[in-house]
Design a protein around this ligand. Structure first.
Ligand code: KG4
Ligand code: ZN
Length: 404
């Protein structure tokens, strides 16, 4: 645990994937600014993230995003005590842009520099004080809004999460369960053996012709489904590991059964360029394909079937994630469960985990589930080690593990 003063204010950058983000957080918990420039539209036409394009967009957006974040800080630069940036895991070129920008700014202003692990940062999103945050942004539809409102809130939203706790980190590149006994004391309990859960959402959405990003699209379509049939669950008994590739293949087979689309369907497994998976399938003939090429099956699948598949897929994923997280919490006497990462935005997952857990579940607001820099600043505060002199030599680590 650090001994930083409560008003220690950190400017953080996050560029590990396709969001260019800057944020300012005071005392590890009070968010002063949280600015995110999404590249979603740029990558949507490719059906996934193109790493080279992501790096270029970061270069264009970094300075405006930092300037906007600083505008919310009394005294601007004078109010900043340290600068943090994500150094892994993520896309190497994308990570390099934020890491080097942060180091350069810190060096020039004679401020400490704090490298941050992106997976830890997702967990620390739950340290940002919910009671001081603006009201949660409205969900995309009235149905989703009702679901969001029905979720239980932690008994004291001002309190920091209690240790020991179990963290379920579910994002586009990672799926893992970890036990945290204290700040920086991590034990990996299990992780995915194949696809990350967000990657599975994205690939299944592609198979169903729902476009990119798949998570919100599947959630949206599933809300309107009349449930019919179930899809398999990979329980991997006696293990906290996960597997989602069989489920994805089951969806593909159902789609193939429904219509003879074999010649037109995308390859769900295919080689992908982002480690852990969320990048666009390789396109041999760049320039960009027409926007509709990311929706290969939509024209020939009826919407009732698509909604049922989306619903059955989401239920299968939510069932396994929830059961394992609750089991881990019981087995390790956890005082809370933290839900983290982009897939933590999934309302069905939040609902089911909150319902089944025997301890409070901490879910950050939707805006702090997907990639942002406020979580990086929070993690930096708790992981700051003033005695480290080697931080300036920090390089990017595309495959950095939790706790690494
Ligand atoms: O954490 P994140 O923003 O980036 C990574 O570090 O990967 O996670 C992005 C992932 C994407 O795969 C996206 O489809 C998924 O989070 N996602 C969702 C939802 N919103 C975003 N998955 C399920 N339901 C959602 N509502
Ligand atoms: Zn992330």
């Amino acid at each position: 645990m650090n001994t930083l003063p409560e008003d220690f204010t950190i400017l953080a950058l996050e560029t590990s994937c396709d969001e260019t983000a800057a944020a300012v957080v005071r005392g590890g918990r009070t968010m002063l600014a949280n600015v995110v420039a999404s590249q979603m539209e740029v990558h949507q036409r490719f059906g996934g993230i193109v790493p080279e394009v992501a790096s270029r967009q970061h270069m264009l957006s970094l300075v405006p995003v930092v300037n906007e974040a600083l505008r919310a800080v009394p005294g601007g630069w004078q109010g900043i005590h340290a600068i943090a940036a994500t150094h892994g895991p993520g896309l190497s070129g994308a990570l390099l842009t934020g890491l080097n920008a942060a180091k350069a700014m810190a060096w020039q202003r004679n401020l400490p520099f704090i490298p941050v692990n992106h997976l830890e940062a997702h967990i620390y999103a739950s340290w940002i004080r919910m009671d001081e945050m603006p009201a949660e942004e409205p969900a995309p539809t009235a149905q989703a809004e009702r679901k969001l409102k029905s979720l239980k809130r932690p008994t004291d939203p001002a309190a920091a999460p209690p240790f020991p706790l179990v963290a379920l980190v579910v994002s586009g590149g990672h799926t893992l369960l970890a036990l945290l006994r204290d700040h920086g004391d991590y034990q990996l309990l299990g992780q995915t053996r194949d696809d990350a859960v967000g990657e599975a959402f994205d690939k299944v959405a592609r198979i169903l012709g729902l476009g990119y990003p798949g998570g919100p699209a599947i959630q949206q379509v599933a809300l309107g489904a009349t449930p019919s049939g179930v899809l398999p669950r990979a329980w991997l008994r006696d293990s906290f590991d996960f597997s989602f590739s069989g489920l994805k293949t089951a969806v593909l087979h159902k789609v193939q059964e429904r219509q003879d689309l074999s010649g037109r369907l995308p390859r769900p497994g295919g080689s992908e360029r982002r480690q852990g998976g969320r990048t666009a399938p390789p396109a041999p003939n760049v320039p960009a394909p027409a926007p509709d090429s990311a929706k290969p099956a939509s024209a020939s699948l009826d919407s009732t079937f698509v909604a049922q598949m989306a619903h059955a897929f989401q239920e299968s994923v939510v069932d396994v994630l929830t059961a394992k997280a609750v089991d881990a919490a019981v087995r390790h006497n956890a005082a809370a469960i933290i839900l983290a990462g982009g897939v933590a935005a999934n309302l069905r997952l939040r609902e089911e985990l909150t319902r089944r857990a025997n301890v409070p579940v901490r879910c950050p607001p939707l805006a702090l589930c997907t990639d942002n820099a406020a979580m990086v600043a929070a993690a930096a505060f708790y992981r700051y080690d003033a005695s480290r002199s080697d931080v300036w030599a920090t390089d990017v680590h595309p495959s950095l593990a939790l706790g690494g």
